[in-house]
Ligand binder design. Structure first.
Ligand code: HEC
Ligand SMILES: [Cu+2]
Length: 347
């Protein structure tokens, strides 16, 4: 059985647009669907083949024609055929799946980041410019968007079927997912991990809009303070500045430029500073003490909300000048008003 690429495309497009499937509204959606349809197709081929053989053989070797069974010693050629063909199909599926997996799990370097906090039973989205939304998410189309997500209570799972993305949202640790919306419109958000009585109500709506509309939206819904600015305030009010003031005699390290860098810890281990590392460094400082410093930083466990932690993380990230440029690329002017002070130069 041979299906030409045109037929195949027609078939997958038709299937994807039928009522059986969600819309394809992100760059990975057609890829994910193609693999899925390939798997379904192979399964159907296998099913039909085995079905035909079962029925065909039971007619051909029926008792009235073959009253006595004959012993068959086997055929190397047949054995090889039905080993090699399925193996080839599995290997194709594996390589295809692995390529798609890497594509889905590695956000492009130019993605913009939005934070999502899940809790029983709602989704909160926080944009770098400080815009907050509940059970709603506005994103530009034609631009990769990464969601950095965390749960405030139990396990949740964030899913946008039309974008073919789904990722666990876990308490105590950031997980990420990325997509690039292709069509303006509204799409469902679902929680796909049972999380308590009102799990089925933990739904929301993504609004994908053109970059201009998104810019307009960010301007209209600004709270006047970016996440980093909120973080800067928190940093001062929680007296992080007592130790992290950026001076040579400070008791804590200068945090400017620390995001994305490699830190050497007192035990000689090297760690890459990610969002997750920054969060953990604030909550469990004694777990990974930076070389050259005393373990004097107190734990802030239970004292800062997830939103506050996001603000602090975003503030520390904003102290990297290249990160700030990256985040504001293509976003509105109000977003450009990131922290004005270049460091924590306050004794
Ligand atoms: C009592 C002084 C002190 C206070 C207060 C303090 N820190 Fe620290 N902090 C340190 C020291 C010392 C280190 C390095 C040793 C370590 O990793 O524990 C550090 C490390 C860190 C790191 C890891 C990055 C690095 O370069 O080592 C982060 C992030 C951080 N602090 C953030 C904060 C934030 C946010 C606050 C306020 C909520 C805060 N700190 C309050 C002393 C302090
Ligand atoms: Cu849920």
């Amino acid at each position: 059985m041979h299906i030409s690429p045109v037929m195949w495309q027609f078939l997958t497009k038709w299937l994807a647009n039928s009522a059986l499937f969600p819309r394809e509204a992100s760059t990975v959606a057609p890829w994910a669907d193609a693999l899925y349809f390939f798997l379904v197709g192979m399964t159907v081929v296998g099913l039909v083949l085995v079905g035909i053989l079962v029925i065909g053989f039971s007619i051909r070797y029926r008792k009235s024609v073959h009253p006595v069974a004959t012993q068959i010693e086997g055929s190397t050629l047949l054995e090889a055929t039905w080993t090699i063909i399925p193996l080839a199909i599995f290997l194709v599926t594996f390589v295809w799946g692995a390529l798609l997996y890497f594509r889905i799990y590695n956000p492009p370097a130019n993605s913009m980041n939005i934070y999502v906090v899940g809790k029983q039973w709602m989704w909160k989205a926080e944009h770098p410019g400080g815009q907050h939304e509940i059970n709603a998410l506005h994103v530009p189309i034609g631009r990769p968007v990464q969601l950095t997500m965390i749960s405030q209570d139990v396990f949740h799972s964030f899913s946008i079927p039309d974008f073919r993305v789904k990722r666990e949202v876990i308490p105590g640790r950031y997980s990420t997912v990325w997509f690039e919306a292709t069509d303006a419109g509204t799409y469902h958000i679902f929680c796909t991990q049972y999380c308590g009585t009102k799990h089925s109500g933990m739904i929301g709506e993504v609004t994908a809009m053109t970059q201009e509309d998104y810019d307009k939206w960010t301007q209209e819904s600004t709270s006047g303070m970016s996440l980093a600015q909120n973080g800067e305030r928190l940093f001062a009010s929680m007296e992080c500045t007592a130790c992290h003031n950026g001076t040579a005699t400070a008791r804590g390290p200068n945090l400017a430029g620390v995001y994305g860098s490699k830190l050497t810890l007192t035990n000689g281990q090297q760690v890459l500073v990610t969002d997750g590392y920054l969060r953990d460094a604030i909550l469990n400082p004694s777990q990974h003490v930076t070389a050259g410093f005393a373990p004097i930083m107190p734990t802030y466990q239970g004292q800062i909300s997830e939103d506050g932690l996001i603000d602090l993380v975003e503030y520390i990230k904003s102290l990297n000048s290249n990160y700030r440029v990256q985040q504001t690329l293509g976003t509105s002017q109000s977003d450009l008003a990131a922290p004005t002070t270049p460091g924590m130069v306050k004794p």
